[in-house]
Design a protein around this ligand. Structure first.
Ligand SMILES: Cc1cc2nc3c(=O)[nH]c(=O)nc-3n(C[C@H](O)[C@H](O)[C@H](O)COP(=O)(O)OP(=O)(O)OC[C@H]3O[C@@H](n4cnc5c(N)ncnc54)[C@H](O)[C@@H]3O)c2cc1C
Length: 234
């Protein structure tokens, strides 16, 4: 919803179902892209391909410091046990958390996981759901919110899983603005915070591209020196 509304309000022309297959380069400058639906010329090309930003950057000879890690979300459309007005609840010791949505809830667990190659269609695994729902699990939602035991015992519970990949940078901060390749910029590497960070991040990326934000004042410039940071709990 957020992405659709931002797209509508921007007034930009948007093509869906089209894949960027390469870059058009004149001299040392990127001048556009080749796609499955023809070529597009542009003064500046911005790579904003989420987990696939690394492979897309490689098409232009750009190496981005990105690692992709699988993350799953448990979706339960109807959980009558949730009290009215229940808040998003995080178990900071384990990273397990849930939030009410409509008549149900979404639940996640973001334990450290190995980096995997970036893919478009990320597989789910049922053990993720049982790890959150089974009260005997060491990161069960029921550890700090007891009504989840009733949810587990209920024969009515329906759920399904979605999966995607977090796109991590070494310092867990995004890469925003022009790269060292003239005409090529990035807006990626949100390290799991790309919904919350997208509006401010994209504003910065645009300001950095247009020169309103100088490279020295941009803490997210893609070629910054980076200190490795630990994974966030969320
Ligand atoms: C399970 C899960 C839960 C999450 N929960 C939260 C949360 O609660 N809060 C939060 O802030 N963030 C959350 N995130 C992270 C958030 O989803 C991402 O940070 C955000 O979607 C990144 O946005 P993006 O635009 O950089 O990339 P994406 O949303 O991945 O968009 C990239 C787009 O580029 C397209 N693309 C890729 N390659 C090409 C190509 N060659 N040509 C054309 N198009 C291409 C893709 O199809 C895709 O549409 C979650 C992520 C996961 C996986």
């Amino acid at each position: 919803m957020l992405a659709l509304e931002l797209a509508r309000a921007s007034g930009a022309r948007i093509k869906t179902g089209v894949t960027v297959t390469g870059f058009r380069v004149h001299g040392d400058r990127v001048r556009g892209v080749t796609t499955t639906d023809g070529n597009i010329e542009a003064e500046t090309v911005v790579i904003a391909a989420g987990p696939l930003s690394g492979p897309v950057g490689e098409l232009a000879g750009l190496e981005l410091p990105l690692a992709t890690v699988r993350r799953q979300k448990l979706i339960m459309p109807d959980v009558p046990q949730i009290p009215e007005g229940a808040p998003m609840t995080i178990d900071f010791e384990t990273g397990a958390h849930w939030r009410p949505t409509g008549t149900g809830a979404h639940a996640l667990w973001t334990a450290p996981a190995p980096a995997e190659p970036p893919v478009d269609d990320v597989p789910t695994s049922a053990s993720f759901a049982f790890g959150l729902l089974d009260p005997s699990s060491d990161h069960a939602l029921a550890r700090i919110v007891p009504f989840w035991k009733d949810v587990w015992a209920s024969s009515r519970l329906q759920w399904w899983l979605q999966a995607g990949q977090y796109t991590y940078t070494p310092d867990r901060r995004p890469l925003l603005g022009p790269t060292l390749i003239p005409g090529l910029a990035v807006n990626t590497g949100y390290s799991g915070h790309g919904i919350m960070g997208s509006i401010g991040g994209s504003r910065r990326a645009i300001d950095a591209i247009t020169g309103k934000l100088r490279a020295v004042d941009n803490p997210f410039r893609p070629d910054r020196p980076m200190e490795s940071r630990a994974f966030d709990v969320l």
